[in-house]
Design a protein around this ligand. Structure first.
Ligand code: PLP
Length: 422
C-alpha cells in the first residue's frame, strides 16, 4: 500500500493484517439511544456526547447512528472534534462542551459550532468574530453551581447571558450546568446545584430573557429520574452501554457497544519454573502454555493489568502472565487446554452472556472507570463497525474531500476499517 495523498492528520490504515481490533456494534448503539430516549421526560431532547472520538468508539459513525436513532444534538470537547464532524458531512447542532481559547473563536464559527461560555474574555472574542460571520452564533452560558471546574458564578452567568441576549450576532442558545456528584445516594448537593440553576434562570426570566434550552443532566443525572431532564440531556457513557457508576443501573436492554478482539499469535509450552516477560514478573509453578496476544499498552491495554487482567482465549479464561508490554501481552492456559495460533481472543466486552471481562471489570482492576478504559483504546487499533452481526461492507460516509487521500485496507474484505486520528 504505497501511495501518495497521506497526511499527518489522516493516518492511513496500515498495510498489516494485525488481528487486534475494536468491534463497534452499531445495532447496540442504536438500541441504546432508543431505550435511553424512552426514559426521557416528554419533550426532552437527547445530545449524544461524542467527545474523545466518541469515547473511543469512532465519532463520525457513532454520531450518524445516534442521530438516525433519535438524538438531535452532538456534544464534543474541542473545536477540532467539531470540525471533524462537519468534515464528515454532519449538519446537526454540535456543542463544544469544554472551554475554548478566544483564538479559536473564528474557526469555531466557521464550523457553525455552538459554544460553552463562562468568561467575559471568550464572550468578547465571539462577539468580535460574529461580526464577520453569517448567521448567529449559538452561545450556551455555563453556570458553576458547585462543581468548580468550569462555569461562571451565578451572578456572572446572568450578566453574560444578558450580554448575549443584547448582542445581535449571538443567540442565547442555552443555559447549562454540570453536576458534581449525582451518583451520590445523598442527593442534597445535587438538589442544591439544581436550585442555584433555577434561581439563575428565574433572575433572567424576570428581565424577559429566556434561553432556548436549559440543560443540566449527564448520563447519571438522566438515569436518576426525570427531575433534571429540562430541555436537553447530555448523554455520553450510557450510549456506549456502560453505567455511569456502580450505583446507577442502566435501563434493561442497554448493552455495551465496544468489544476488543484479537487472535492468538503464538502458543508456547513452558516447563515449571519458567519466567514470562520483562522482569520475569511471572514464573510458572507447573507446566503451562504461554499464549501471545498482539495487544499492549500502546493499544490501550494498560500496563496496570500485568498479572491482573484476563481475556477469553478460544472460549477459555486466560490470566495475564507477567507484564503487559507495549505491543503484546502473554496470557496463560493449563498445559492441556486446546489452543492454537489464530484462535479468537476477546480482550473485553463481547456479546451479552460473554464471559470476557467487561470494561467495568477492567476498570475496577485498574482503579479507574470504564470511561478511561474505552476512550483509552488507541488510534492504532482499527474500529470495525458491525451491523446485523456483520462487518459493514463499505463506509457509507467514507469519501469526504478531507479524507479522500486516506487509503483503506483493501485486503480486509467486508470490513469497514478506520483509524481516525482523533
Ligand atoms: C462529558 C460530558 C457529559 C457526558 O457525561 P457522561 O457521564 O458520559 O454521560 C455531559 N456534560 C458535559 C459538560 C460533559 O463534559
Amino acid at each position: 500500500m504505497i501511495g501518495g495523498g497521506t497526511s499527518p492528520n489522516h493516518p492511513v490504515a496500515a498495510p498489516d493484517q494485525r488481528a487486534t481490533r475494536a468491534e463497534i456494534d452499531l445495532d447496540a448503539l442504536q438500541r441504546n439511544v432508543e431505550l435511553l430516549r424512552g426514559e426521557l421526560a416528554p419533550g426532552t431532547e437527547l445530545m449524544a456526547v461524542v467527545k474523545a472520538n466518541a469515547y473511543g468508539h469512532g465519532a463520525r459513525m457513532v454520531a450518524e447512528t445516534a442521530l438516525a436513532a433519535g438524538a438531535s444534538w452532538l456534544g464534543v470537547a474541542t473545536v477540532g472534534e467539531g470540525m471533524q464532524l462537519r468534515a464528515g458531512g454532519i449538519a446537526a447542532p454540535v456543542l463544544v462542551l469544554s472551554p475554548i481559547s478566544p483564538a479559536e473563536a473564528e474557526l469555531a464559527l466557521q464550523a457553525r459550532l455552538d459554544l460553552t461560555v463562562a468568561t467575559p474574555e471568550l464572550l468578547a472574542a465571539l462577539t468580535d468574530a460574529s461580526r464577520c460571520a453569517t448567521g448567529t452564533v449559538g452561545v450556551h452560558i455555563k453556570v458553576d453551581t458547585g462543581m468548580h471546574r468550569y462555569g461562571a458564578d451565578p451572578e456572572l452567568a446572568a450578566a453574560l447571558a444578558r450580554q448575549v441576549a443584547a448582542t445581535p450576532g449571538l443567540r442565547l442558545a442555552g443555559l447549562m450546568t454540570h453536576f458534581a456528584s449525582v451518583d451520590d445516594p445523598d442527593e442534597r448537593f445535587t438538589d442544591q446545584q439544581a436550585e442555584l440553576f433555577r434561581r439563575c434562570l428565574g433572575a433572567l426570566a424576570d428581565e424577559g430573557i429566556v434561553p432556548e434550552r436549559r440543560h443540566l443532566a449527564n448520563s447519571a443525572a438522566t438515569l436518576r429520574g426525570t427531575s433534571h431532564h429540562a430541555d436537553l440531556v447530555r448523554i455520553g457513557i450510557a450510549l456506549y452501554g456502560l453505567r455511569p457508576s456502580p450505583t446507577i443501573p442502566l435501563p434493561a436492554g442497554v448493552r455495551p457497544v465496544m468489544t476488543v478482539r484479537s487472535t492468538v499469535g503464538r502458543v508456547h509450552a513452558l516447563g515449571p519454573g519458567s519466567i514470562v516477560g520483562y522482569g520475569g514478573a511471572y514464573r510458572t509453578r507447573s507446566a503451562e502454555q504461554a499464549v501471545l496476544v498482539p495487544i499492549g499498552y500502546a493499544d490501550g491495554y494498560r500496563r496496570g493489568l500485568s498479572n491482573r487482567g484476563w481475556m477469553m482465549v478460544a472460549g477459555q479464561r486466560a490470566e495475564v502472565a507477567g507484564r503487559v508490554s507495549m505491543d503484546q501481552t502473554v496470557v496463560r492456559l493449563p498445559i492441556e487446554s486446546p489452543v492454537n495460533i489464530g484462535d479468537d481472543v476477546v480482550v473485553f466486552g463481547g456479546a451479552p452472556g460473554s464471559r470476557a471481562p467487561s470494561a467495568d471489570q477492567l476498570a475496577e482492576l485498574l482503579g479507574t472507570i470504564s470511561y478511561e478504559v474505552v476512550s483509552g483504546i488507541s488510534p492504532r487499533v482499527p474500529r470495525h463497525y458491525m451491523r446485523g452481526g456483520q462487518a459493514l461492507g463499505d463506509d457509507p460516509s467514507a469519501s469526504t474531500p478531507a479524507e479522500s487521500g486516506a487509503e483503506r485496507d483493501h485486503d480486509a474484505p467486508a470490513a469497514l476499517v478506520t483509524r481516525e486520528s482523533s
